[in-house]
Design a binder for this molecule. Structure first.
Ligand code: B12
Ligand code: SF4
Length: 539
């Protein structure tokens, strides 16, 4: 039934959105050059902490490897969250692509500088470089910066480097979903990751003040057709991956409110478009349900999905067993602070989150502390609510103004007249401050000091992940073995995310790093499955 709905809707979408233009879209021709013998393309994911084992594959590495034309040979991939880069592997004339976000910008620039010093071409990409291309050119010794999606434009940047004439800035823009490239999973180092990542959709229609996604990836959901997604998942299961993170901004792109409003406005084209997107989600989930029964998926979704039991049931059948839900705040004032008016607070919030659980979708609740309306009592209230709502995992992050967000824009404006400086760097460029001197909170809070917020946040992590609480929550799985695995994974999660991020001093970071290294190896074994090389793509 879904299939016929899907085709009808797809036809409507093609007609109304002019998608046919994209189907016949011809990529711009790139001059055909030959690649000098021995030249290698390196792709580096920078990090100054290496755990030896990583939780989730940084997808961009394997997508860019896929975008690297065959004549350049296989890209040499280095994920520094596994092991630090061996700089001697970079030779003069090689091309080094570095992708980074704000948190690892400083290490990214170090990698670029050392690659350039070895005579290589240096090209940056990723969210942070897209927002600050000039910074990457200046501080990271870049020859070129790719803004936006790299899938299509990367080949051109490579050709230009070989020709000795790279442009300073390439604008990859926002490509259409049918141009998204599948990742080169064959290049993934064996035995390194717990979860692989596959993207099914990009962009988010919301406009949260702390998030850059809607501004960089756009508010129009760019959704991949199920074929490409399923093929990638099958390839991963063949290789022994049964845990897959869907690296999506928002897995629930069309809400009931969106549909109702479009109908009220009598906008038939919009209704058809929204229904097509929704139908395609069901097609994807229907096909995922046909995959081997040991597979487990995890995604990111808004809590609006709780309105739609049909959708949650489809997720359950597709074995999307967990979802990160941005709860952010438990009070109406907090939600107002972050422009998240579609979220619920108080008891209604508890009920919403419980609906996920009732439909067997485990929630990783994401909370933000340090919002202007937060008070000391907010920490305890959040902790209590997290318990009552029956969420399985939680993360408690401190308010950070990420570039590209409304929060950042406001803060930068407020700082313009009299910028605060740390070690000669304006605070509004905090990612350039060495980690040891970098404050943990940037925006001043009306009633609490940064230390108080940090300590209270740490306290909430401690409470949520105390052995007693974790053991109680482990009842969500049945066997003793599964409960022990749950405990181990909860502890690892806490070490990797809370201890390395929130603790201020490098000694604690180092200790957390050591502990995480120690727990990560056995944890990875829990995620490993027997490869299924014969597995076929379900129709
Ligand atoms: C999945 C995801 C996660 C996952 C998995 C991370 C992982 N290991 O891959 C989890 C949940 C663990 C996670 C954690 C965090 N994340 Co996150 N995450 C994402 C998400 C939704 C998708 C990333 C992805 O895989 N995309 C698919 C790949 C193919 O796309 P891509 O990375 O954008 O790469 C493309 C282009 O950027 C470009 N490109 C990228 N690199 C390069 C390099 C070169 C040389 C070139 C030419 C091009 C290029 O080409 C690629 C293909 O088109 C993004 C949002 C988004 N839409 O990007 C946020 C995002 C990257 N995360 C973000 C944040 C803030 C975090 C956390 C700090 C959250 C927190 N407070 O704990 C942590 C940090 C963890 C860490 N230390 O890395 C922010 C980053 C903001 C910023 N300015 O830095 C984003 C943008 C979301 C947001 N809310 O704004 N994240
Ligand atoms: S936080 Fe989530 S819901 Fe809000 S804009 Fe970003 S991706 Fe969308």
């Amino acid at each position: 039934m879904y299939r016929s709905v899907y085709y009808n809707c797809l036809i409507a979408l093609i007609i109304h959105k002019g998608l046919f233009l994209n189907l016949i879209h011809v990529r711009p021709a790139v001059p055909c050059i030959s690649v000098p013998d021995g030249l290698r393309v390196h792709l580096v994911n920078p990090s100054d902490i290496a755990f030896g084992t990583a939780v989730i594959t940084p997808r961009w590495l394997y997508v860019l490897a896929s975008a690297t034309p065959a004549k350049f040979g296989d890209a040499v991939i280095c994920d520094e969250t596994l092991e630090a880069l061996d700089e001697t592997s970079i030779k003069a004339g090689d091309i080094v692509g570095v992708g980074f976000h704000t948190g690892n910008a400083l290490r990214g620039y170090e990698v670029g500088k050392l690659a350039r010093a070895r005579g290589a071409w240096v090209v940056y990409g990723g969210i942070h470089a897209s927002l600050f291309p000039e910074e990457a050119l200046k501080l990271g010794s870049a020859h070129a910066v790719v803004k936006g999606d790299g899938d299509v434009v990367w080949a051109r940047a490579l050709e230009d480097c070989v020709n000795g004439k790279p442009e300073q800035i390439y604008d990859g823009g926002r490509i259409e979903p049918e141009e998204f490239l599948p990742a080169r999973w064959d290049l993934m180092p064996a035995g390194s990751y717990m979860w692989a990542s596959v993207q099914t959709i990009r962009g988010c229609a919301k406009h949260c003040s702390f998030c850059s996604v809607w501004r960089t990836d756009g508010q129009r959901p760019r959704q991949r057709a199920s074929d490409g997604v399923i093929r990638e998942i099958v390839e991963l299961r063949r290789r022994g991956f049964r845990f897959i993170a869907l690296a999506d901004d928002n897995f629930y792109p069309v809400t009931m409110t969106d549909l109702r409003l479009a109908k009220q406005q009598g906008n038939a084209a919009r209704v058809a478009e929204l229904e097509a997107i929704r139908a395609e989600r069901f097609v994807l989930m229907g096909r995922m349900a046909e995959l081997p029964s040991d597979m487990v998926f995890f995604t990111q979704i808004t809590m609006e999905a709780a309105e739609d039991v049909e959708f949650l049931q489809a997720m359950k059948k597709a074995r999307i067993k967990g979802a990160l839900v941005g709860v952010e705040a438990v009070t109406p004032e907090g939600l107002k602070n972050v422009f998240k008016d579609f979220n619920f607070s108080g008891e209604a919030l508890v009920k919403r989150l419980q609906i996920f659980r009732e439909n067997d979708v485990h929630v990783l609740g994401s909370f933000i502390f340090g919002l202007p309306s937060d008070r000391p009592a907010t920490f305890e209230a959040t902790s209590e609510l997290a318990k009552r709502a029956g969420i399985t995992f939680a993360q408690f992050v401190m308010m950070t103004p990420f570039p590209g967000t409304v929060d950042f824009q406001k803060w930068e404006k407020a700082q313009a007249a009299n910028p605060e400086m740390v070690e000669g760097v304006p605070l509004t460029r905090y990612w350039l401050i060495p980690a040891s001197a970098r404050p943990k909170m940037f925006t001043p809070h009306p009633v609490m000091s940064a230390d108080e917020i940090r300590e209270r946040t740490q306290g909430v992590w401690d409470g949520f992940y105390s052995l007693k609480s974790v053991w109680e929550r482990s009842r969500c799985v049945r066997s003793l073995k599964a409960r022990l695995a749950f405990v181990l994974i909860s502890k690892l999660y806490r070490q990797m995310y809370a201890k390395t991020g929130i603790s201020a001093d490098s000694a604690r970071r180092k200790k957390a790093n050591k502990v995480a290294r120690w727990i990560a190896k056995p944890c990875r074994m829990l995620f490993q499955a027997k490869p299924m090389p014969e597995l076929q793509v379900p129709q």
